[in-house]
Every structure is written in C-alpha cells, then in structure tokens.
Write a protein of this length. Structure first.
Length: 104
C-alpha cells in the first residue's frame, strides 16, 4: 500500500475484545504522559533603576516575571506567561522593567 492510499477515518479492528492481548493493547492506546512539575529554573536576576530586584523563572512551559524588594520579599504576584511566545514575552517585560535588553 503506497502512501496516501489510506482510507480517511479508518478504524483499527482489535478482534476479540475479551482476550488479554486486546485489553493490553487498549491500555497502551489510552496511555498519557504524566506532567510532573519541573523544579523552577531561574533564568535572569537584575536590579531595576528603582533598586528592586527583577527575576525571571521557568517551570515546565510557564515563564514567571516577579519583582522583589532588597530582602527578596515579593512585591506583587508574578506575571505568568504561557504558550509559544512565553519566553519572548517574559524577556520583553524584564527588559522594560530593568531598562536594558534582556535575552535568555
């Protein structure tokens, strides 16, 4: 059978649904990866012109930008970016806060 000759929405027949082989195949077809949270990775730390600390961290596919005071206490909840543009959006916000170009 050449490529492109497959019938659209062709269903796979698993035969006897009571057999152990079919049950094992069905279990493997329904498997999903567990999304375990990765430890946060700090990409960037720099001081703003006002003397506050700006930090950018990543956990899985989320990038977080937060401001801290001199004692590293959070001044506000972090701004969280998700999606395909999360890295560039976090870098743009960090650039705006620190007054210099940020790239990570």
């Amino acid at each position: 059978m050449a490529f492109g000759n497959k019938k659209p929405n062709q269903k796979i027949s698993l035969g006897n649904a009571a057999s152990k082989r079919v049950q094992r195949t069905r279990r493997s077809l329904g498997q999903r990866f567990h999304s375990r949270p990765m430890p946060a990775h700090i990409h960037f730390r720099a001081f703003t012109p006002e003397g506050e600390l700006c930090g950018v961290a990543q956990s899985n596919d989320k990038f977080m930008v937060a401001l801290f005071d001199a004692n590293e206490k959070a001044l506000a909840p972090p701004v969280v970016f998700e999606g395909s543009q999360a890295r560039s959006q976090a870098a743009a916000l960090a650039s705006q806060l620190t007054g210099r170009k940020v790239k990570f």
